[in-house]
Design a binder for this molecule. Structure first.
Ligand SMILES: Cc1cc2nc3c(=O)[nH]c(=O)nc-3n(C[C@H](O)[C@H](O)[C@H](O)COP(=O)(O)OP(=O)(O)OC[C@H]3O[C@@H](n4cnc5c(N)ncnc54)[C@H](O)[C@@H]3O)c2cc1C
Length: 401
């Protein structure tokens, strides 16, 4: 087995590292000081222009849509580099939830939907959001939704209450999961419908405070009401009743992107941990790194990150070579394993920094606040663990565990 990076990827990764260092990392301080994503947007757009100039725009998108046309495993490598900053993916136009929305529009969008929604997203001219989770029903059971879309002539009329519609603030449109076929089997009841945010009846109630921060623009999570929102039936994405299937297809590669982004976060935290260990004097001439407990954190972190990366690349390779269905178990494994490694590495890095670790003078506190959610979104850890264990037990003859 060849673990080396192909020449093409070596050169791409080197260029991305350069741009991350010169254009993206310096913006972290601006974001922390301004405390607002929207206020930082002019600088972010300037960085985006540099990315376009260097031909590194939208690595995950096919070339015909202005991207680099990287495969899933290639993009995974890139995602790790970009993940080292909270702003990396946005600057390169492969941020969630837009990347997932672009992917499903490519796969299921009509010509008109591609022109009106995908084109501007791919150019980075607009943003979008994905509106599925509801406050009153468990997101862990995606077949149970209260939001309804009822046909009325040539339109759908949508009524429902959603929350954690990430990045809705300032987005041009939402991909809304709504029940269109209530009498169908559970997995065939919902559809995905494109709803412009300017549609009368669509109300952004609030950006929900997360760990004490309300956020804004792309870096926010909204509560949204759909009060009899009327959109043309032509806004249906894919076939009616296929919402669940499309969501599953979106989540497979999406989990690879997230997991490699988390590995990027781990690498950044690991680097900070080691720098701290190598520079902080605990007594004259006595470095923090001479303490065995810190050495243990470094060794455990290194092992966890390396194991996580191999697992994610293997899952990406399985999706590419054998399809999403064959990769289901690997994808579930990485979802909870990598989230756990990230939590541990971040915690150790913060601890090693003492009081500095909980300030915004390093990116550690930002990551710690906003990445705790990694164990909840895209399927809570427990859902994935149960799914994996059930599949394994089935091979041992245990049915319906
Ligand atoms: C930061 C963030 C961003 C998000 N972005 C979006 C977005 O853009 N669009 C969107 O639609 N949604 C989004 N979500 C919502 C997310 O998908 C849901 O929070 C998730 O699916 C869990 O649903 P829930 O919150 O309703 O928790 P519940 O489904 O009520 O589950 C609560 C807990 O129960 C436990 N549990 C659940 N099922 C099982 C089981 N089978 N066995 C054992 N234990 C179980 C788990 O510990 C779980 O955390 C986001 C969430 C967060 C935190």
């Amino acid at each position: 087995m060849d673990f080396s990076l192909p020449a093409k990827m070596k050169s791409i990764v080197a260029s991305i590292r350069e741009l991350m260092a010169s254009e993206v990392l310096p913006l972290e301080r601006e974001l922390a000081e301004r405390g607002s994503f929207t206020a930082t947007l002019p600088s972010l757009e300037a960085a985006r222009a540099k990315v376009r100039e260097r031909g590194l725009w939208a690595p995950q998108l096919p070339k015909e849509w202005g991207g680099m046309g990287l495969s899933l495993t290639e993009h995974a490598r890139v995602s790790e580099e970009l993940g080292q900053s909270p702003l990396g993916h946005f600057v390169f136009n492969c941020q969630a939830p837009d990347a997932g929305n672009m992917e499903i529009l490519i796969q299921y969008g009509s010509d008109e939907q591609k022109r009106d929604f995908l084109g501007p997203l791919a150019r980075g001219a607009i943003r979008s959001c994905f509106s599925m989770t509801e406050p009153d029903l468990p997101g862990s059971n995606p077949t149970w939704l209260a939001t309804r879309a009822v046909t009325d002539g040539e339109d759908y009329v949508i009524k429902g209450h959603k929350w954690f519609t990430s990045s809705a603030d300032g987005a041009r449109f939402a991909v809304v999961m709504a029940v269109t076929n209530p009498d169908a089997p559970p997995h065939l009841r919902a559809s995905q419908i494109l709803v412009p945010l300017a549609t009368p009846g669509m109300k952004l109630v609030r950006n929900i405070p997360v760990m004490g921060h309300t956020g804004d623009g792309w870096a926010s999570h909204a509560e949204v009401l759909y009060e009899n929102c009327r959109v043309p039936r032509a806004n249906l994405l894919g076939p009616e009743g296929a919402g669940f299937v499309i969501a599953q297809e979106r989540l497979g590669p999406g989990r690879i992107h997230h997991c490699m982004r988390w590995i990027g976060i781990c690498e950044r935290a690991f680097d900070l941990l080691c720098r701290r260990a190598a520079t902080r004097q605990m007594a004259p001439g006595k470095l923090l790194g001479t303490k065995q407990i810190i050495q243990e954190w470094i060794a455990e972190s290194r092992a966890g990150i390396d194991a996580a990366r191999l697992m994610v690349l293997h899952a990406a390779w399985t999706i590419e070579t054998a399809g999403l269905h064959a990769a289901r178990e690997s994808v579930s494994l990485i979802k909870f394993f990598v989230a756990d490694v990230m939590g541990k590495v971040l915690d150790r890095a913060i601890q090693a920094h003492g009081a500095l670790g909980v300030t915004d003078d390093t990116p550690l506190a930002y990551f710690y606040r906003f990445e705790r959610a990694a164990r909840i979104y895209d399927g809570a850890d427990e859902v994935h663990k149960v799914a994996v264990a059930k599949r394994i037990l089935k091979r041992y003859g245990v049915e319906g565990a």
